[in-house]
Design a protein around this ligand. Structure first.
Ligand code: PMP
Ligand code: GLN
Length: 379
């Protein structure tokens, strides 16, 4: 069968979670919480199923969920979004990113990807006939080198995909980053894909800046979100795409023939929970997990690059421990010390090896302390 992309045959998240299971290791690799969802959210789900919300939802998503998302954005950011013409509910953000690429790309179009990058972007671009143009972020802060981005633009550049808060580095963008991007794409037709799945996980009192808050960029952007990161239910696989009406129309033209519509009872539950249920902002809980994890890691030979400003990931260097390439090191750590992580080279097209691994800290405190106890044994 034809080879549709140049990325790994099996995604690193599947590889490392399987290895963790095989060696009975603590899994700080794939990003998902190990603590429960709010019982109220679960109650809404069973209420939906029992009250007859069991048939196909409308193609763009349940109106009550799209309205709740629009209201939530208005409350949190003061942004007006039309729920009928600008919001589409999707089976997760991964699907939304893929569908946005499918809507815009023609064979030979170039897409700029800032690396390290979430592992679905590059195969998604290639599966749609696009050509990936990688641009490296500046280690160790992983800020954008705007001169490099500018130099990467050609007549064939169709889009740039950006991600804040960033997986895997935890870096976040400020307003100046968006201004710099706006300046670079002004007078071009370049489309922005803004992956904001960790928008509510920003720490140290800083705000999240969304592409939707930048009127000039918003007109040319798909903004992609995932409920899984906000309500700790990654397994529900529900997200959404916010885009201007013309982009949304193009997106739905594809979506109607790929997924058509999304799990109805889960949409009902999310809408009810957005309207009635939310208690403590999720970043407070996750920041305290980050801080707890960083405190514990001082007892280990790992070097923390800089505390994650957002997301639920922390990068660390193992250069004081081993000379192994990062993929082998992550396997060794899983097998010998019982802690699974993600090698950061998996987030690069050219498999760049900086001796960095990624830890997921969206875990119960006892999970984090058991894991770090094992890491502290490394001689
Ligand atoms: N983008 C980034 C940066 C992610 O880390 C993830 C991880 N889940 C996704 C997109 C995909 O989200 P979903 O699970 O909703 O498909
Ligand atoms: N987003 C999660 C991560 O980065 C995992 C998603 C997946 O397994 N595809 O770990």
């Amino acid at each position: 069968l034809p080879k549709k992309h140049s990325a790994a045959d099996t995604t690193i998240f599947t590889v490392m979670s399987a290895l963790a299971q095989q060696y009975n290791a603590i899994n700080l690799s794939q990003g998902f919480p190990d603590f429960p969802i709010d019982a109220q959210l679960g109650n809404y789900l069973s209420e939906a199923a029992q009250n007859g919300w069991n048939q196909y939802a409308p193609m763009p998503g349940l109106p009550m969920l799209r309205n709740a998302v629009a209201k939530n954005f208005q409350q949190r950011h003061g942004i007006d979004i039309n729920p009928d013409t600008e919001i589409t509910i999707t089976p997760g953000a991964t699907y939304a990113i893929y569908t946005a690429f499918t809507a815009i790309l023609q064979p030979g179009d170039e897409v700029i990807v800032l690396e390290p990058a979430y592992d679905s972007y590059i195969p998604n671009i290639e599966m749609n006939g696009g050509k990936v143009v990688p641009v490296a972020l500046k280690a160790p802060t992983f800020e954008v080198d705007w001169d490099l981005v500018k130099a990467a633009i050609t007549a064939k550049t169709k889009a740039i995909i950006v991600n804040t808060p960033h997986n895997p580095t935890g870096a976040t963008w400020n307003k100046e980053d968006w201004d710099a991007l706006a300046e670079i794409v002004r007078n071009t037709d370049i489309i922005i894909l803004s992956d904001e799945v960790y928008e509510q996980l920003v720490y140290d009192g800083k705000p999240h800046y969304s592409v939707l808050q930048h009127p000039e960029l918003r007109e040319r952007s798909f903004a992609l979100y995932s409920f899984g990161k906000v309500f700790h239910n990654t397994g529900w696989k529900i997200g959404y795409c916010i885009a201007p009406p013309a982009f949304t129309q193009a997106f739905r033209k594809l979506h109607q023939f790929v997924a058509f519509s999304i799990n109805t009872p889960a949409q009902y539950a999310l809408a009810a929970y957005l309207e009635n249920g939310i208690q403590e902002p999720v970043n407070i809980m996750l920041q305290s997990k980050r801080d707890y994890f960083l405190g514990l890691m001082k007892e280990t030979p790992f070097t923390i690059l800089q505390p994650a400003g957002g997301s639920y990931f922390q990068l660390a260097s193992y250069e004081n421990i081993s000379d192994l390439p990062d993929t082998e090191f992550a396997q060794w750590l899983t097998k010998e010390y019982g802690v699974a992580t993600i090698p950061v080279s998996a987030f690069y097209s050219n498999r760049k090896d900086d001796k960095l691994i990624r830890f997921c800290f969206a875990k119960k405190e006892e999970t984090l302390s058991s894991a770090v106890e094992k890491l502290a044994e490394i001689g």
